[in-house]
Design a protein around this ligand. Sequence first.
Ligand code: GDP
Length: 300
Amino acid sequence: MITFLSGGTGTPKLLRGMQKVMDPKEISVVVNTADDIWISGNHISPDLDTVMYLFAGILNTDTWWGIRGDTFSTHEALSRLSDEEYIAIGDQDRAVHIARGNGLRHHVRLTEITKSLSLQFKVTANVLPMTDTTVTTKVRKDALLVHYQEYWVKSKGQCPIQQVVYLYGTPPIATQEVIEAVEKSDAVVIGPSNPITSIMPILICEGLTDAMEDKCVIAISPFIGDAPVSGPAAALMKAQGREPNSKGTFSCYGNLVDLRIQDIRDPVEVDGAIRLDTLMTNEEKSVKLAREILDIIACR
Ligand code: GDP
């Protein structure tokens, strides 16, 4: 068993390869839920959806969100009625958000809802939200705190930001299912996800880093030089006073990590890091990287 910590793009690209080289039943994924948001009365959990759709074989891997071939009739109709619909949500995708929202309104745990959705989609990997309570990533833009989705999707990350904060009512606790998955695992892989908006919210869940302490922990950088492969990670790292590169990424994880992996093209030198081709531009490349990471784990 291997446990992966995942957001909704970089780590799913690695999982796309992993599911080809190991039995998905041996894969647990602890997924960030701090990007979650209610839109038009329904609960979007972008990273959970991407990971679930990936294992279900229905993910749109052109965009790394939503269901391949989905239609957008409801989104188009709702867009004419309200300006709340700033995220393009497909009709099939929205059905999942409606089901999840209904479950949450009936006080069903997000872990249970995810389990039942996974079952419906015949997902055999163990897909787990990081926690069952609400954590929300917001960015500080002058005097305002703006939801991460609003900053990245609505404003396209165009505005300057000064800080990233994780807001919650009760401090988040890693679920029992998450802790059990880590305890059963031979290794924990922190995938090449955004350190600030995907990995740090997972790591702040109480109990997780303690459970990871005795495990072989491998982290893969999402940066090549001072630019992430995609997305706003550089601006977010700077806003948190971190170097926007592989060094800054690994500094976020501190002593938790045993093996650091950075791309062969990365000009930034990280002492002791292993160099691999981490650019997963197609499934073949994801499979190759997955195989290399499994070999590294087997040699430990
Ligand atoms: P989000 O939830 O959609 O923001 O996605 P993640 O946090 O999972 O992933 C975003 C990060 O993935 C970005 O910082 C990218 O640099 C990184 N990324 C995307 N594709 C690749 C890739 O092929 N290789 C590596 N090393 N990083 C990638």
